[in-house]
Design a protein around this ligand. Sequence first.
Ligand SMILES: *[C@@H]1O[C@H](CO)[C@@H](O)[C@H](O)[C@H]1NC(C)=O
Ligand SMILES: *[C@@H]1O[C@H](CO)[C@@H](O)[C@H](O)[C@H]1NC(C)=O
Length: 466
Amino acid sequence: MGGRNGLSSPCLPRLPFLLFLLLLSVAVLTVAASENENKGSSLSASEAEAAVSRFREYLRINTSQPDPDYDAAVRFLRAQADDLGLESDVLEFVSGKPLLLLRWVGRIPSLPALLLNSHTDVVPTEPLKWAHPPFSAALDPATGNLYARGSQDMKCVGLQYLEAIRRLRAAGFAPDRTIYLSFVPDEEIGGNDGAGRLAASEKFQEMKVGVELDEGLASPGEEYRVFYGERSPWWLVIKARGAPGHGAKLYDGSAMENLMKSVEAVRRFRAAQFDLVKAGMKAEGEVVSVNLVYLKAGTPSPTGFVMNLQPSEAEVGLDIRVPPNANTEALERRIAEEWAPSSRNLTFEFKHKVSVHDMFGKPAITPADNSNPWWMLLEEAVKKANGKLGKPEIFPASTDARFFRERGIPAFGFSPMANTPILLHDHNEFLNKHEYLKGIEIYESIIKAFASYKGDAKDEESRAEL
Ligand SMILES: *[C@@H]1O[C@H](CO)[C@@H](O)[C@H](O)[C@H]1NC(C)=O
Ligand SMILES: *[C@@H]1O[C@H](CO)[C@@H](O)[C@H](O)[C@H]1NC(C)=O
């Protein structure tokens, strides 16, 4: 606005003054550009550049499901580990699905270890709907945005762990606790052949893991999101049977009519849960979500479906997500009595049902309050690195962290991406390089705090005995 007034001013400035203005603006732009290169980071410009280029190299490896190039990812990551002087081991619980395990031995190996987990696979893309090819790791010079599948979910985190360790080693830091890094396959297709196998292995027992870090979600605001539990998937199929009949006839008890009554009940429940979120009374992860994922009915014909016949069978598939503290007995009763009552000739079956409890029968959550020293260390470490944590949340979907929480191991979901739209699984997934670099410093602070924590020795011993 000020500039426009200047232009309309009747007396134009003289040439020397214009030159002065020109020089001034060049100087200001130069300073701004160099700040933009390295916004408030303690990484030098060359360190930052090298870190971003390693990140891009990882992003360019096509680890897309359904046929991820795991070998290339493991080769790249192993070279990084060699460069850093970390011990590495490739575990192949399932053939063709390598899991890379790195180790930095602590000074007090009897202390339970820290596990930094990330998955190497990413979800498929529709390349034509992207502005840049999804495995090109295109860097927009104007904004610093790095476009790639996996930039948020979660190749960023995997390499940030390594970059943080690079800096800690360069600074001569020696961890008290042993630090493990696991790069696991298959998270995007359930994780059973990756983190699931690891958590259930003898090897894992030997590792004596005391705390685990895993993925979180980007946050559009200033605060990082952090997750202390997650909802359990219940995948439900409801089937209806009924007398078939002419399409013109009105009668009770058809499969479709019986099933639609259920669909109506499900939708009422869904709306009530969603209203709690919309009203700001509950967070997304705190309500039971239920979505209709398929409807199957009808009598096929060569041109589609027979139109004058009411079918004798119909079914619906529901994706239900249950928070760890939900009243599961009440929900099961609702399903049996309201959504799929046998009195309406309905049957139901769970295709997949994950317990909301851990192996010890307790809700599978990691306390995110002062009762948990790991939580206090995490909060403090993020603050120290000039980051802000939001209110701890329940992750709305599933991550690999569940395999560890299920075994009573404290686990936090955390991906340090603030000021970033949530684009996981979306087209044009990106992460700004400055956010990426900031995240390295956040992890540096967290790893330092966790690996130096001596803990309550008695507490640790009794846990080890369990
Ligand atoms: C990446 O791998 C997937 C198979 O998992 C394949 O369908 C896709 O075409 C590959 N993309 C590129 C750019 O090579
Ligand atoms: C359930 O099926 C039985 C046997 O076919 C039938 O007699 C009854 O009316 C049906 N009930 C409903 C509510 O559709």
